[in-house]
Design a protein around this ligand. Sequence first.
Ligand SMILES: NC(=O)c1ccc[n+]([C@@H]2O[C@H](COP(=O)([O-])OP(=O)(O)OC[C@H]3O[C@@H](n4cnc5c(N)ncnc54)[C@H](OP(=O)(O)O)[C@@H]3O)[C@@H](O)[C@H]2O)c1
Length: 271
Amino acid sequence: MTALVTGATGTTGRRVAALLESAGADVRRAARSTSPGFDWLDPATHDAAFEGVESLYLLPPLATPDPAPVVAPVLERAVRRGLRRVVLLSAAAVERGTPGLGVVQDVVLGTVPEPSVLRPSWFTQNLLGDHLTARGLRAGEVVTATGDGRVPFVDAGDIAAVAVALLLDPAPPEPDVLVTGPEALSYDDVCAIWTEVTGRPARHRPVSVSAMTARLVADGMPADYAAVLAGLDGLIATGAQARTSDAVRRITGRDPRSVRDVLQEACPARP
Ligand SMILES: NC(=O)c1ccc[n+]([C@@H]2O[C@H](COP(=O)([O-])OP(=O)(O)OC[C@H]3O[C@@H](n4cnc5c(N)ncnc54)[C@H](OP(=O)(O)O)[C@@H]3O)[C@@H](O)[C@H]2O)c1
C-alpha cells in the first residue's frame, strides 16, 4: 500500500512517516516544503499526492479557520480513487461538529470507509523547542490561564506510534481515540519537573484568559487564534481536560512516556 503522510515535516507527521517506513510501508511525504510540494490550498498539487494512495495520515491545513471545505472535496475524490483508511489528527479538546477541526472529524467519519479520529492531549513537545511554553520554561516563568487545572501531556512519538498502529492494523481502526500521557499534570507540576530535571528554576504564573490572549497576540499570533488557544487554557482550568486514557498501551502494547522521561532525554541537566 502507499501511505500518504500530510504534515510530514511537522512534529507528529515526521515521526509517523519514519515509523511507517521502518515498518516497511511505501510512504509518500506531503507538505509545502517537500518535493514535489503539497499544499492544501493549491488544488493543482492534490492529484499527484493522492495517486495510488490507500491510507492517509491527515493533518488538515493549520492556518485556516474553517478547514472542512478545503479537506472534504480532496477526500471525496481520493476515496473514489482508492483511499480506504484515514487517521485524522484532531485534539482532545475538540468535540465532533464544533467549528474547525470538529467539522473535519464529521467529514472524515462520513466520507472514508475506515476512519479514525485521534484526539491527543497537549503535546509534551510544547515544553521543548520554539513553543511559547518552552521559551517560558527556559526563561524561568511559564504564563498560562490554566490555573491549577491539569493536562495529561502526551509525547508526539506516542501519538505517532498510535497513528501507525491504526494505519497498519489489518482490522478497521477505532473511530475515536483519546490519546494521553500517563498522568495529568498542572503547569506548577511541569515547572517543578523541569526544575528537577534541568537544574534550571522555572515557575508558573497564572493569568486570566483575556490577559493570556493579549500575551499570545503580543507574541505574534493572529487575534482570533490567540483567543481560541487562551480559551482552551480556560477549559483546562475547569478540570475538563485532565482525563487520561489507556490508548497508547492498548494500541501499541507499551506504556506512554511521561513528561519526565521526555525532558530527561531532551535536556541534559546543568552540571
Ligand atoms: N501542540 C499541541 O499541544 C496539540 C495538541 C492537540 C492537537 N494538536 C493539533 O496538532 C496539529 C499540528 O500538528 P503537528 O504539531 O504535527 O504539526 P506542525 O509541527 O505544526 O507542522 C505542520 C505541518 O503541516 C504542514 N503544512 C502547513 N500548512 C500546510 C498547507 N497549507 N498545506 C500542506 N501542508 C501544510 C507543514 O509543512 P510545510 O510548512 O512545509 O507545509 C508541517 O509539515 C494542529 O492541528 C493542532 O490542533 C496540537
